[in-house]
Design a protein around this ligand. Structure first.
Ligand code: LLP
Length: 424
């Protein structure tokens, strides 16, 4: 499912870069992303929206490397952020603050002030209590905060429970039934300006139906809110479109949006200003994580292939039992027999695995690529077990740009302090 990734002879390439060369040059674990794959994914959305007014706000939590943000900023994208830290990343990458939307259930007063000072485009408000606090903060600064209420449309995105967000039992958004009352409250608060409405029903969605349902539920609300005399400027449909990790066949972004826009038109809302917040579908299948095989450990019940990347570098398998394909950087000689391995990292946890029951004809010192690793992999990484973060490269044709240097161990404890004095 990864465009730009292919074998030439025995060697795996991303665009025109031979991945075993990059592993040799930069060491492992190593993230490598394809610029062309990211741009092609963005282009699919643009085709779907041709002729419409849309603001694509890349959900940077998926992959917040500055160079990746810079790439999307240069394409005219805005950003969906969820913290003051992500706001600073927009600034550092040269993004346009007016195209930033701020989501998340737990914005602090300090983050609200920071975002108001920066002049972001919209706050996606997730609770009635947050609405009141945002009003206070904006008034104290003599400003009006642009707001959109995140509606929980109560549709089942039919995805993993940890990443489904549009159901009643989720912590996200405001219940459909409360929405009109909350808009009436927002319209009456002097520190707020109603800018739009938004929803986000989940992630890794592979079907079209939940989107159509959510759109219908949103439009019902828009009609009710406007009938109450409150104009809704923009409609934000969130992100969530899935990618192919293991043979999934999610709708293509352009086909999906053609269908959704037809529904919008049919209901008489065709001229609306639109926003979306895609993350995974823009970057997920643009990246791989390269790792070296350290040891092969045959066992009675399981064979283990121990590699130098671990759950701290690539947490999705450990966190969600997520599947990522794993392939060799150099295809082995056909005479070598594949063995079925669990591919595991060096971290001291049984949950530290990257792939289970994978047939591989591999030897220590050789390299593997963990595929579909452009989204929610590096960005969710940690330094557990005092493992420094991997280096990251962005390839463009035959050029590989170092976009993040490998972290040094000393950086891991530079903020730590030994106890003063000589007694315990
Ligand atoms: N907008 C909001 C408000 C979100 O919460 C999210 C993702 C997005 C947009 C982007 O969704 P996407 O297009 O990437 O599906 N760590 C999990 C995924 C968590 C998604 C969180 N919210 C994983 O690795 O599968």
């Amino acid at each position: 499912g990864q465009p730009q990734l292919h074998y030439r002879g025995p060697s795996l390439y991303l665009e025109d870069c031979r991945l075993s060369d990059l592993a040799a040059q930069h060491g492992t674990p190593l993230y490598v992303y394809s610029q062309a794959a990211m741009l092609a994914a963005l282009e699919a959305y643009r085709r779907g929206f041709a002729g419409r007014e849309v603001q694509i706000c890349y959900a940077m939590k998926a992959n917040s490397s500055l160079a990746v943000l810079q790439l999307f900023a240069r394409q005219g994208c805005g950003f969906d952020i969820v913290s003051g830290g992500e706001l600073e990343r927009v600034r550092a990458a040269g993004g346009d603050m007016a195209k930033v939307i701020f989501s998340g259930v737990g914005k602090t007063r300090a983050e609200m002030r920071q975002a108001l000072e920066a002049g972001i485009g919209c706050f996606n408000v997730e609770s009635e209590a947050e609405l009141e606090v945002l009003n206070e903060v904006a008034l104290s600064m003599g400003l009006r905060a642009p707001v959109s209420i995140r509606v929980n449309p109560n549709v089942d995105a039919r995805t993993h429970p940890y990443i489904s967000t549009g159901l009643k039992g989720n912590k996200f958004g405001i219940a459909h039934e409360r929405t009109l009352a909350v808009y009436q409250r927002a319209a009456g608060l002097p520190g707020l300006r109603v800018a739009g409405i938004d929803c986000h029903i989940g992630s890794q969605i592979t079907q079209e139906a939940p989107y159509l349902d959510a759109m219908d539920r949103m439009l019902d609300l828009v009609e009710a809110i406007e009938a109450a005399g409150i104009p809704i400027g923009h409609l934000d449909f969130g992100g969530g479109l899935g990618i192919n990790y293991d043979g999934e066949v999610p709708p293509a972004a352009d086909a999906l949006w053609a269908r959704l826009l037809a529904r919008l038109d049919a209901r008489g809302h065709g001229g609306r200003r639109l926003m979306i917040e895609p993350g995974r579908s823009l970057v997920g299948n643009a990246g791989v994580c390269l790792t070296e095989v350290l040891y092969l450990k045959p066992g009675e019940q399981k064979n283990f292939c121990i590699v130098d990347a671990a759950m701290n570098d690539l947490p999705r398998p450990a966190m969600y039992q997520a599947f990522h394909a794993i392939v060799p950087l150099e295809r082995p000689d056909a005479r070598r027999e594949p063995v079925v391995y669990d591919v595991v990292g060096p971290v001291c946890e049984s949950g530290d695995w990257l792939g289970r029951d994978r047939p591989l004809a591999i030897a220590p010192g050789e390299h593997l690529a963990v595929l579909s690793a452009g989204a929610y992999c590096a960005s969710m990484g940690s330094t557990y077990n005092s493992r420094p973060r991997p280096a990251e490269l962005l390839v463009d044709g035959s050029q590989a740009h170092l976009i993040r240097s490998r972290e040094r161990v000393a950086q891991l404890f530079e903020n730590e302090h030994l106890l003063q004095g000589d007694r315990a």
